[in-house]
Design a protein around this ligand. Structure first.
Ligand SMILES: Cc1cc2nc3c(=O)[nH]c(=O)nc-3n(C[C@H](O)[C@H](O)[C@H](O)COP(=O)(O)O)c2cc1C
Length: 422
């Protein structure tokens, strides 16, 4: 029997407390500037949903390397400049009281296409001759009208694993409190998982054990690269909605293996592997799959897909079918969807958390430290206007859990920081 909960009950994953159960699903904006950098558009897009009361903002699919983007306008996290630019997002989201997370992805055969509002949109190939690149896939089977991909060699597979790990470390530097591995919606990891897109005969093809290998390697490398006190999520597909494709019976062993690797939550989706197999319509179409995967793996789950009205959000959580819900298009229509779900009798108004409470001060401080690339061991102190110490702590990483020796922090009000060498 699963536990009933309510939308505004906090949930803790590792050391991160997410203030409520209404979360923003990742939605690619195809609006990055230059080399995968977030822009003002992203700040407003994510900032407004954070202000609108969602507990977790899951930033869109963000490529782990240039050739892993779906379009030239995808966000990226493969270098320090990008990590620095993402800090503007994480710092604002934290300050608004939400938890910033980012989805990491390789597009695989769904790579190098036009932006949705250009030409043929996501079905329009951008070949190398006009500035695109050749997609990488488990097998040379194109997706619809997109370019024929090249079959991944063993060294390509190793590069994918290493790229996910590098991006996870950069996501931490950027101030993200959680990362999600994208293993759904027909992107590279899903392409390896499904026998419809994976015709390999080596150790990455054939049996389910082989087809799961890449996803498990990636999940393990991300878990190892991301701090132990922050959660790792995986977006898994429960079914391909296609004959001979993945079914929930195949998703169960994957969910169990992910649990064994230390993954903290499954984001449960389905479909989008092939252009010809659209998912059925219907409210909450992945909720029952989420329940099955939770029962089998013991992991918390957050289903996504057509959970677009308040009564359904409340029902899913009250029935104990899920630990949180991910909302996509309803949040595009209404950034304040989460606030509207609150008891209408309560007067709730969005505002910055800075200086409001000890906890909010802590969140702002950590993001300030990360934004300023403070080294591990840096001590922060926050004092109220009366000079009283509100909070003192130190910045640690996976490798620096020992408390540094204390350093006196002077001054009245605001934030002070000093670096203590151990
Ligand atoms: C504009 C748009 C962009 C999307 N981009 C992503 C993405 O970057 N990563 C992903 O996993 N899903 C993406 N999705 C799928 C959503 O996260 C979500 O799974 C889907 O919209 C179903 O949920 P909904 O019915 O609440 O919208 C996108 C959906 C939309 C509408």
């Amino acid at each position: 029997m699963l536990n009933a909960t309510s939308a505004f009950e906090p949930i803790r994953l590792r050391d991160i407390t997410i203030p409520n159960r209404i979360w923003m699903s990742p939605m690619c904006q195809y609006s990055a500037s230059g080399d995968g950098l977030p822009t003002d558009w992203h700040l407003v897009h994510y900032g407004s949903r954070a202000v609108g009361g969602v507990g977790l903002v899951l930033v869109e699919s963000t490529a782990v390397g240039p050739r892993h983007r779906s379009t030239a306008a995808d966000l990226g996290l493969w270098n320090k400049e990008q990590a620095g630019a993402h800090r503007r997002l994480t710092s604002f989201i934290l300050d608004a009281g939400a938890v910033p997370a980012v989805q990491l992805q390789c597009a695989g055969r769904k790579s190098s296409h036009q932006r949705p509002w250009e030409g043929k949109g996501q079905n329009g190939a951008v070949p190398p001759a006009v500035g695109g690149w050749t997609p990488l896939a488990p097998s040379a089977i194109p997706f619809g009208d997109l370019s024929e991909p090249c079959e991944a060699m063993p060294e390509d597979i190793d590069e994918v694993v290493a790229a996910f790990a590098r991006s996870a470390a950069l996501a931490h530097e950027a101030g993200y409190q959680a990362v999600e591995v994208h293993a759904g919606h027909g992107y590279l990891l899903h392409q390896f998982l499904s026998p419809l897109s994976n015709h390999r005969t080596d150790e990455y093809g054939g049996s389910l054990e082989n087809r799961m290998r890449l996803t498990l390697r990636v999940a393990q490398s991300v878990r190892e690269a991301f701090p132990a006190d922050k959660p790792v999520l995986v977006r898994v597909t429960a079914t391909d909605w296609a004959p001979e494709g993945i079914t929930v019976e195949e998703a169960v062993p994957l969910a169990k293996e992910l649990a064994a690797l230390g993954v903290d939550l499954l984001d449960v989706t389905s479909g989008a592997l092939q252009p010809a197999s659209p998912p059925p319509t219907g409210d909450g179409l992945n909720v029952a799959f989420g329940r099955t995967l939770r029962e089998a793996s013991g992991l918390p789950v957050a289903p996504v897909g057509r959970i677009s009205h308040h009564a359904l959000v409340d029902d899913v959580l009250a029935r104990g079918d899920a630990d949180a819900v991910l909302i996509g298009r309803a949040l595009l229509r209404d950034p304040y969807f989460a606030l509207r779900n609150r008891d209408a009798g309560k007067s709730v108004w969005p505002r910055s958390t800075t200086g409001r409470s000890r906890k909010a001060a802590a969140a702002s401080c950590w993001s300030w430290l990360l934004a300023n690339s403070a080294p591990p061991g840096t001590i922060i102190a926050v004092k109220g206007a009366d000079g009283k110490l509100l909070l003192q702590g130190w910045l640690r990483t996976r490798r620096s859990h020992r408390r540094p020796r204390p350093v006196p922090v002077r001054g009245r009000g605001g934030l002070a920081a000093a670096t203590a060498r151990r």
